[in-house]
Each structure stands twice: as structure tokens, then as C-alpha cells.
Design a protein around this ligand. Structure first.
Ligand code: NAD
Length: 424
């Protein structure tokens, strides 16, 4: 690559600045961030300090950035769910290629409008379905396409959200309300719908779904629960969702363990114990999980029928210890079981010895969605630099998974009615 691809970042939050922009630090020959916009001035200060973007190229909103002439080859759209499409449409008109955070939009008409504009402008529109770029799912897809289990018959996938991640993002945090952002099956699990579609290798025909917000409601508050965890809550010791455990003392998630990383970095920039306690005393992340303004489900199941009689089940649940995904695929000639966290695939061809494929032995980096964040950046930079087409997660493929997710949500809200996607 002769010149790095230049990027403007619209929405310099956790994804924009912590998942994608850092690719520049390890691959300066491929990526250069030259401009950005955010409504929070401290995020623009970070953009300048960490990535060397001049102050004159930092803008205080997506609108201000988009009022400028085109400033870069690519615009990363990493604002919140309902802000994506309007910015992306304007950016396409200005001639930017787009790297778009998922979900495209919770409104299917907006998804289609973006798809149409992408076709008409001929620019790259790649959606950040980062799981396809992980070694784990790439190896699994490759095995299936090479016929390792014969014809696929069933896929059984599970998203283990983890009790603390649910509390952080979907009870106290940014994605707690489907009206403000998106329903859980689209927000969190459009990745899983996308992966199921990709692995099945055929179109999804029908879906049916059940699920509810069962636990994180006021009726389930134990006696003596305070409105905020630090306000003398009588249930604190026994409560795994206690904010002080999650953000301070738990070695996996708290500031004493993970230090400056996610999830603590969502509460304060460069978090330390003092900043975290201040955020817990007054901010949304210090609230009791039974006394929040949340409405997204804490568990949901989906049944899916694909072409060629392939059937799949999907479960997302908050109530798991760890945050990861597992999958089992059966076919006419064998079965495969996989655990993304362990980076292990177990292939059992019928009548032959089991093969264990340990993807962590192949080296490489596994942080950031199992290596998917940087995998996506690497693939995207190559495409943008070469003017290539055929992105792995282009907008057309992504819209299919959005239709699956939105139909699943419509089914759930309608008592589990079977929905035929062609009529949705
Ligand atoms: N691909 C993935 O796996 C993945 C993972 C997590 C989140 N996401 C998605 O990424 C998006 C961003 O999530 P996040 O965790 O970075 O959230 P975030 O809140 O940390 O970042 C959003 C940023 O947009 C800024 N913003 C708000 N209004 C703006 C405006 N008008 N102009 C410019 N900036 C504005 C906010 O100040 C914030 O800094 C969401 O849509 C989310 O669903 C994707």
C-alpha cells in the first residue's frame, strides 16, 4: 500500500476511538485518521492526543463534520444506533466510503435507503459485523464450505452475554431501551443472525421467537434494595449485580483489575478508583439493576428455517458467567462443536477420530471481539486502497441479517408467531 487510507470518525466513542482508530497505531502504513466529530469535547481531546488529529479537523457534531467538503477517503460512522443512516447517506453524497457500525438502523426502511444509495453511488459500505473476521468463525465457515460435515442439517448457536455485561450495557447502560437504541435481538444479536446466515450459506425463509425481560424489573427487587448500590443497600453483599463489585472489586471487570479498559472506560475517561466511585455515586452505572428504566429482554430464543431444509436455533441469555459464544452444527457426514472464547473447534466426522482444532495456536491477536475488530480494519483498508468490491460484510449481506432480527422481534412481540421473511 503506497499511501495510507485516510479516515474521518463520526462519533469518537468506545467503538470509534477504542476499537477501530487504534489500528493506525500498529498499521500506520494502512490507516491514518485525519478528522473526527463528537458532541463530547473530551473525546475530541483524546482524538488529538492519541491519534495526532489537528484541532482544526475536530468538529462538535456529525452535522458540522458533514458540512465540510470531503476530508478523507472513508467515514467511520460510530455514533449511536439511530444516528447511523442519516450521517451515512450524507457522507455517501460527499463521496466517502463508509465503515458503518451495526446495527445499520432499527428501521428497515432506513436500511433499504442506505442499500439503495450504496448501489447508486458505487461507494464501499461495509457494516462492522466483526465476528466474520475472527479466526474462529472464518475457520468454521471454511470447514463447512469444504464439506467437513456433509450437508448441513442443524445449527444450534448460543450467545452467553454474561450477567455483568447485561447489567452494564442492557440494564444500566446505553442499550437498555429499545426505543432509544434497538431491540436486543438487533442490537446485540444481529451479529449472530449474520453468522447464522453466513454459515448456513443459504437464505433464511422463516423465523419464530420467544423471550422476555424477566428479571431486571422492580417487582424482583429484594427487600431492602436501595435505588443506588452505594446508598446503604441492604442486599449488597449477596447481589452479583452490585455496581461496586462490577466496576471496582471484581478482578475481571473492575478498575482494580482491568484498570483503564472496558467496561470502566465507559464510566470515565482514563478511569481510576476515585473517578469510578464518583460515577457510581451519581451516574447511571451506580443504579440498582432492579430500579432502572430498561425494557430490553434478558433472554430470547429464535427458531430459523433456511433454504435446503437447514434449521437453526439461537439463544441469547444474560444469565451466564462468561461473555462468549458457542455453536454446534450437525450434518449428514459429521458434527462440529465450537467455543469462541476457548478458540476451539471439535470436528467429529462420523466413523472417524475426532479432530480438535485449536485456533489460538495459530498466533495472532485475539483481543477486540476475538481479533475481529482488527481483522475488519485490515480487510477494509485493503479494499478501500485497491478500490475493490466484494466486501465480506457489505450492506446487502447486512440488511439480510437485519431483516432476520427485526422479524424475530416482531414474532416475539406477537407471541411467537412464525414469520415468513419474503412477506415481512
Ligand atoms: N461492532 C460491534 O461489535 C459493536 C460493539 C459495540 C457497539 N457497537 C455499536 O457501535 C455504535 C457506537 O457504540 P459505542 O459503544 O462506541 O457508543 P459510545 O456512546 O461510546 O459512542 C458514540 C459516540 O457518539 C457521540 N455522539 C453522539 N451524538 C453525536 C453527534 N450528533 N455527532 C457526533 N458524535 C455524536 C457520543 O458522544 C459518543 O462519544 C453503536 O451503534 C453500537 O451499537 C458495535
Amino acid at each position: 500500500m503506497s499511501q495510507p487510507v485516510t479516515f474521518a470518525i463520526c462519533g469518537c466513542g468506545a467503538r470509534g476511538l477504542e476499537a477501530y482508530a487504534p489500528y493506525q497505531l500498529t498499521h500506520p502504513e494502512e490507516m491514518k485518521v485525519v478528522a473526527g466529530a463528537d458532541v463530547r469535547p473530551q473525546r475530541l481531546e483524546l482524538l488529538q492526543a492519541r491519534f495526532g488529529v489537528p484541532r482544526s479537523m475536530c468538529f462538535s457534531s456529525d452535522e458540522e463534520l458533514l458540512a465540510q467538503p470531503r476530508l478523507a477517503d472513508v467515514m467511520i460512522v460510530s455514533t449511536q444506533d439511530r444516528q447511523h443512516v442519516s450521517a451515512a447517506l450524507k457522507a455517501l453524497d460527499k463521496g466517502y466510503h463508509i465503515l458503518l457500525e451495526k446495527p445499520i438502523s432499527p428501521d428497515l426502511d432506513q436500511c433499504r435507503a442506505l442499500q439503495d444509495k450504496a448501489r447508486r453511488t458505487g461507494r464501499l459500505v461495509v457494516v462492522c459485523h466483526v465476528l466474520r473476521y475472527t479466526r474462529f468463525y472464518a475457520a468454521l465457515e471454511d470447514l463447512l464450505r469444504r464439506g467437513a460435515v456433509g450437508k448441513i442439517e442443524t445449527i444450534d448457536a448460543m450467545e452467553h452475554v454474561a450477567y455483568w455485561h447485561q447489567a452494564h450495557s442492557f440494564v444500566r447502560g446505553n442499550w437498555r431501551s429499545s426505543q432509544e437504541t434497538s431491540p436486543m435481538i438487533l442490537q446485540k444479536s444481529c451479529h449472530d443472525m449474520d453468522i447464522l446466515r453466513w454459515l448456513a450459506g443459504t437464505r433464511c425463509l422463516k423465523v419464530q421467537s420467544f423471550g422476555s425481560l424477566d428479571y431486571f424489573t422492580a417487582e424482583n427487587a429484594p427487600e431492602g434494595a436501595a435505588l443506588r448500590c452505594l446508598d446503604g443497600c441492604a442486599c449488597k453483599d449477596a447481589c452479583p449485580y452490585d455496581a461496586e463489585k462490577i466496576y471496582v472489586t471484581d478482578p475481571r471487570t473492575g478498575v482494580r483489575g482491568r484498570g483503564r479498559g472496558w467496561p470502566c472506560a465507559v464510566l470515565a475517561s482514563d478511569p481510576d478508583e476515585e473517578k469510578i466511585y464518583a460515577a457510581l455515586r451519581t451516574g447511571p452505572y451506580g443504579r440498582c439493576v432492579f430500579h432502572c428504566d430498561n425494557n430490553v429482554v434478558d433472554h430470547q430464543t429464535v427458531n430459523l428455517e433456511f433454504e435446503h431444509n437447514i434449521h437453526a436455533t439461537f439463544t441469547m441469555t444474560a444469565f451466564t458467567q462468561d461473555c462468549h459464544r458457542t455453536i454446534k452444527i450437525t450434518g449428514t457426514m459429521g458434527e462440529i462443536e465450537g467455543d469462541m472464547e476457548k478458540n476451539l473447534l471439535h470436528l467429529r466426522p462420523f466413523g472417524k477420530p475426532e479432530q480438535t482444532i485449536d485456533l489460538s495456536e495459530a498466533g495472532g491477536q485475539f483481543s477486540g471481539h476475538g481479533g475481529g475488530d482488527f481483522g475488519l480494519m485490515s480487510s477494509f483498508c485493503k479494499l478501500a486502497a485497491s478500490g475493490g468490491t466484494g466486501a465480506l460484510t457489505g450492506v446487502d449481506a447486512s440488511v439480510e441479517s437485519h431483516v432476520m432480527a427485526l422479524a424475530a422481534e416482531a414474532s416475539r412481540l406477537d407471541g411467537g408467531r412464525t414469520i415468513t421473511l419474503a412477506q415481512f
